[in-house]
Design a protein around this ligand. Sequence first.
Ligand SMILES: Nc1nc2c(ncn2[C@@H]2O[C@H](COP(=O)(O)OP(=O)(O)O)[C@@H](O)[C@H]2O)c(=O)[nH]1
Ligand SMILES: [Mg+2]
Ligand SMILES: [Zn+2]
Length: 287
Amino acid sequence: MRGRILSIVSKNYTVRLDSGETVRAVAMGKVRLQFTPYAGDLVELRLTDGQYGIDRILPRTNCLKRPAVANVDQALIVMSVKDPVFSSVLVDRLSFLIADAGIEPVLIITKTDLGISDELEAIIQDYEKGPIKVIRTAKDTLEPELAGILSGRISVLTGQSGAGKSTLLNTLEPSFHLATQEISKALGRGKHTTRHNELHAVAGGWVADTPGFSSLDFSHMSAEDLAYSVIEFRPHLGCCRFNDCIHQNEPGCAVKEAVEAGEISRSRYDNYLAVLKMIQSRKEKYL
Ligand SMILES: Nc1nc2c(ncn2[C@@H]2O[C@H](COP(=O)(O)OP(=O)(O)O)[C@@H](O)[C@H]2O)c(=O)[nH]1
Ligand SMILES: [Mg+2]
Ligand SMILES: [Zn+2]
């Protein structure tokens, strides 16, 4: 029998079987020795004496540490047009980290009902021309395109506090009642209202209840990793004069030529250069 781990509380696993049934299971000794099971893991189970036991964890496509979720299909970068202010530096840094983790970044632009300046509209259109999917949302509006991309996939949300992550999930799945900032302030609970490691059923897919990529840590990445994590660079990689080109000051750089030709966003390239310098000087930055 096959299934997917939805949540882990100490040694108790909640598993959604391929049949659609959700069951409690325990890990057989073998599994615990193999490696630590995560929410999102695909597993093989066996029913013995009325008890489901997990025999084996199937190979992962990727694996996040915080939150601990395996087989993540996409990470939604939730960025508001204001309150807090839109930051393309943050969008780009998050998208680099997400792509490096082998996950597809998607940009969700929230609070469009608050109005978009001409300058911001140009920035948003620059993203819309690029390879990352962009979805605009507004207060209390259920965006069908957003529901569509969640269906059948495992998603993690990321973005600044107050950007509207909890609000998005509540709009998509009203049974949630996830505490938004307004409510948590009223209850005096502070900002950190989500804490477990669990996948929630949302719009026919699964969403981790804890935001990811909250530390903008590039310390594990080389300059080469970084260049590959800029999705717009990928068609040009391998076309530079020097095969160890890091697209900074080298002559005959295909990436720089594509920036000059307007095929790669200049803003994205500038944000790449800034992170490249951080990697070269090994300084870390946090959200
Ligand atoms: N005007 C407007 N406000 C929003 C929208 N989405 C969220 N908010 C408000 O922004 C604040 C922060 O939202 P919340 O979902 O708690 O953000 P989180 O910290 O990312 O989970 C709350 O006061 C929400 O009511 C939106 O689309 N439009
Ligand atoms: Mg929240
Ligand atoms: Zn180059």
